[in-house]
Design a protein around this ligand. Structure first.
Ligand code: ADP
Ligand code: MG
Length: 377
């Protein structure tokens, strides 16, 4: 049996963005110490951690320091250099594994893995080299050309209607490996977050319903307003995928629900996920505590939903010339504000989020939308 890691131990995390920050808060609340590796001197997590190693993710000295001082290491993002993950993994406890991160950071590997596990994905073609543009694309058009690596929040995606547009888009993306995905008529998007520790089956959080704006998550509503059979099927698919990967840690699985209720897996994230931020305020255990538990070989905590909830992302867009009207939000007793400590507000930048807890999901959503509008005034 893998040895438990207990409070007072030093836990390491690669990346000091908002996910690293919320991980750091959860770990420290439980009495663990935290080392953050992030090249940004002002990273959201760095200032809250016990130790901030301000270096690049492939700096040998920084990686060795994690090996020497931490009991285990995790990551808050999928684009950690594979070499760094492997270096750490050969010397210390790392979760998720380098292999799982490698799959999640490459859309081609990811889609092949998911279909190989017997789970549905959106129909896709791979375009890795110029010759691949000669394939018959007609059954995948209109579609979305997505860069295989380093895309996020809708970046690295171009909508295309014809083969010529696909060719131009591929060149525009630097002739890098891409997938062409058929544009689907989505009824709704949902996500499931799974936690697995060594020697546990794993558990799931309640299913979130996700609404996007310009490719970026805008609102999550929990419980998702889908029939229970669909929610249960999504949870089972997510667990099956995590088990196939022999995944240790927290993994988020994004789903498309088609008009006929078919469930397809869109993508996975090998870490806590924006659509799981609601767990901090509305679940017995948060997704960040789960990340701590999994890396410490402790069983996942209970994921029971304490209250229906809606989570709204706060993007830099609403800052304009001034701070948003926080007093409007803070005078609402059932709303919870989370800001990530980022100095500069930019369009599309995730600056924070808030949740609204209510008697039912519709009411939470309605109040959340009204509060979001009020913040802009
Ligand atoms: P990212 O890595 O940026 O999250 P996604 O592949 O999840 O990229 O795409 C972002 C959003 O774009 C999705 O959540 C969905 O709203 C929309 N989208 C992506 N692929 C498709 C598709 N094949 N058909 C319809 N909508 C899509
Ligand atoms: Mg996505």
């Amino acid at each position: 049996m893998t040895q438990h890691i207990l409070p007072n131990a030093m836990l390491g995390i690669l990346g000091g963005g908002q996910l690293g920050r919320m991980f750091t808060m959860a770990a420290r609340a439980m009495g663990y110490r935290v080392t953050v590796l992030d090249p940004d001197p002002d990273s959201p997590a760095g200032g809250l951690a016990d130790v901030h190693i301000c270096s690049k993710y492939d700096d040998p000295g920084a990686l060795q320091m994690l090996v020497d001082t931490c009991a285990a290491v995790t990551t808050e993002f999928e684009n950690v250099p594979a070499e760094s993950m492997r270096f750490l993994q050969s010397r210390m406890r790392v979760s998720p594994s380098a292999e799982c991160v490698a799959i999640a950071q490459d859309r081609i590997k990811e889609k092949r893995y998911i279909s190989g596990a017997g789970l549905g994905v959106a129909p896709f073609l791979t375009i890795e080299k110029a010759d691949d543009l000669a394939q018959d694309m007609s059954s995948h058009l209109p579609g979305i050309l997505k860069i295989a690596r380093l895309g996020y929040d809708g970046k690295g995606q171009i909508h295309v209607k014809t083969a010529d547009e696909a060719k131009a888009a591929w060149e525009q993306m630097g002739s890098k490996a891409c997938v062409l995905e058929k544009m689907l008529d989505l009824k709704i998007e949902i996500s499931v977050i799974v936690t697995r520790s060594a020697a546990t089956e794993g558990n799931t959080f309640p299913v979130a319903e996700n609404q996007h704006e310009s490719g970026i998550l805008d609102i999550s509503i929990v419980p998702a307003r889908v029939p229970e059979a669909i929610a249960e099927q999504a949870r089972q698919m997510a667990l099956k995928l995590a088990q196939a990967l022999d995944y240790i840690g927290v993994v988020a699985v994004e789903f498309f629900v088609l008009q006929d209720n078919t469930l397809l897996i869109n993508e996975i994230a090998p870490r806590p996920h924006n659509s799981g931020h609601y767990t901090i305020d509305a679940c017995l255990t948060s997704q960040f505590e789960q990340q701590v538990r999994a890396m410490c070989a402790l069983p996942p905590g209970d994921t029971h939903l304490l209250s229906p909830v809606a989570m709204v992302n706060l993007l830099g867009d609403i800052w304009r010339d001034d701070e948003p009207a926080w007093d409007k939000l803070l005078s609402q007793p059932n709303a919870k504000l989370h800001l990530y400590g980022k100095r500069e507000a930019r369009i599309g930048r995730k600056m924070g989020h808030f949740t609204v807890l209510a008697d039912n999901a519709d009411s939470a959503l309605q109040q959340a939308v009204a509060l979001k509008d009020a913040l802009k005034q």
